[in-house]
Each structure stands twice: as structure tokens, then as C-alpha cells.
Design a protein around this ligand. Structure first.
Ligand code: AMP
Length: 215
């Protein structure tokens, strides 16, 4: 299974991808997580992308392309992978085409998860993450047992800089501007499947699972 999951930030891609990859036994490759981790570690990659990640603008295609090529070369990606957050531009679609060609494999599906902006802003602005173990919470739908504290490791929860409302609006604008073309490219190739991401997460997951299991 080699799946690309598309959708605006906050539509639930990360949650759904994590569940699907666990079920299918394939890695969940999230460029957002990879880049945030690089920033946290202060690696050369992290230092070069920090301004973009914190500001909600796209990292240059060749930088993220190189990171994804390295990741897909790893052994655990040989049996399949679930891409989350990549490709985001037409140039990245072409970069992915070249990587897949070199690996001698093809995508099995491209799934687009969608939801209205109002739903997304509410979801993202309420999101809190644990800076130590990366567990994700939500003030309304998945609050920690004790306010502001991670259930698993007891660290103080934080709001991602890019989950602040002003940054969310910028991310949605960037998404609308650049990613719609990615969707079109995959639609033309007959690979695109659409899923309504506004509903209950379990229902979304059932739909998603059926879609990607279908040949
Ligand atoms: P995400 O968690 O997917 O919303 O990504 C967080 C941030 O990482 C984005 O706002 C971008 O700055 C950067 N990023 C993640 N994936 C990509 C990508 N495919 N191309 C460029 N920048 C990306």
C-alpha cells in the first residue's frame, strides 16, 4: 500500500494516517513531523527550515524533497508507506514521481480529506501537544485528564506556534493557493479519492479504510 493523504492542515490527516499505518503495518511519513523534529533537534535541516515551519509557509521543494527521498529509501518503507503532508506543490508531485520511479514502485491511491474552514479553525486552535512525547490533545474533543498536563508523561502541554489562529489562516491560504493543483494532477491520473473529513473520526476512518483497501 502506497498512499498519499491530502487535505488542509487540521482536517485530521495526522490522526487518520497514524491509525491507517498501524493497521496496515506501514510507516506513516509526515513531512510536518519530520521538519518539526529537525527544528527541535537544531540539525542543519532544522535550522534551514525553522522560519517556514514557525511561520506556516512552505519549505522549499528541493529541501523537503531531499528529506522525503532519504526517508523513503529506508528499509521500513519498502513494503509501503502513507505520505502525510507531501506532496504539497506540483513540483513536489514531480519530485515524488522521480523517487517512485527510482524505487520501481507506484502509488496505490491518493486520498483527499476535506472539511470547511470553520471546522478546521476550531479544531486547530484547540489543539495542544506534549513537547516531550508528542501526544496530541484537544481542549474540546480530547482534553487531558488534568488541564494542561500530558496524561502519559506529565509534561506541560503547549500550543504549536503554527496552531495560533493567525498562522492557521495563513496555512489555509497557502494550502488553497498551492495544493489544489496537486489534487487536480492526481485527479487527471485517476488516482484521487475524496473523503469527508468533517464528521466523526471513527466514521472517517471506516470510509478511509474501505477506500484504500479497494483495488
Ligand atoms: P504540517 O504539520 O503538515 O501542517 O506541516 C507543518 C509545516 O511544515 C508547514 O507549515 C510547512 O512549513 C512545513 N511543511 C510540511 N510539509 C511540507 C511540504 N510538503 N512542503 C513544504 N513545507 C512543508
Amino acid at each position: 500500500m502506497r498512499v498519499v493523504l491530502l487535505g488542509p492542515p487540521g482536517v485530521g490527516k495526522g490522526t487518520q494516517a497514524a491509525r491507517l499505518s498501524a493497521l496496515a503495518g506501514i510507516p506513516h511519513v509526515s513531512t510536518g513531523d519530520m521538519l518539526r523534529e529537525a527544528v527541535r533537534k537544531g540539525s542543519p535541516l532544522g535550522r534551514s527550515v525553522r522560519g517556514h515551519v514557525d511561520g506556516g509557509t512552505l519549505v522549499p521543494d528541493e529541501v523537503v524533497g531531499e528529506a522525503i527521498a532519504d526517508r523513503l529509501d529506508q528499509e521500513d518503507a519498502a513494503a509501503g508507506f502513507l505520505l502525510d503532508g507531501f506532496p504539497r506543490t506540483i513540483e513536489q508531485v514531480e519530485i515524488l514521481d522521480r523517487i517512485l520511479k527510482r524505487l520501481g514502485v507506484e502509488l496505490s491511491a491518493v486520498v483527499a480529506l476535506d472539511a470547511p474552514d470553520s471546522v478546521i479553525v476550531r479544531r486547530l486552535a484547540g489543539r495542544r501537544v506534549c513537547p516531550s512525547c508528542w501526544t496530541v490533545y484537544h481542549l474540546e474533543s480530547h482534553p487531558p485528564r488534568s488541564a494542561g498536563v500530558c496524561d502519559l508523561c506529565g509534561s506541560a502541554l503547549v500550543q504549536r506556534t503554527d496552531d495560533e489562529e493567525e498562522v492557521i489562516r495563513e496555512r489555509l491560504r497557502v494550502y488553497a493557493e498551492q495544493t489544489v493543483a496537486v489534487r487536480e494532477a492526481y485527479r487527471e491520473r485517476g488516482l484521487l479519492r475524496s473523503v469527508d473529513g468533517a464528521g466523526d473520526a471513527n466514521e472517517v476512518f471506516r470510509t478511509l479504510r474501505e477506500l484504500v483497501a479497494r483495488p
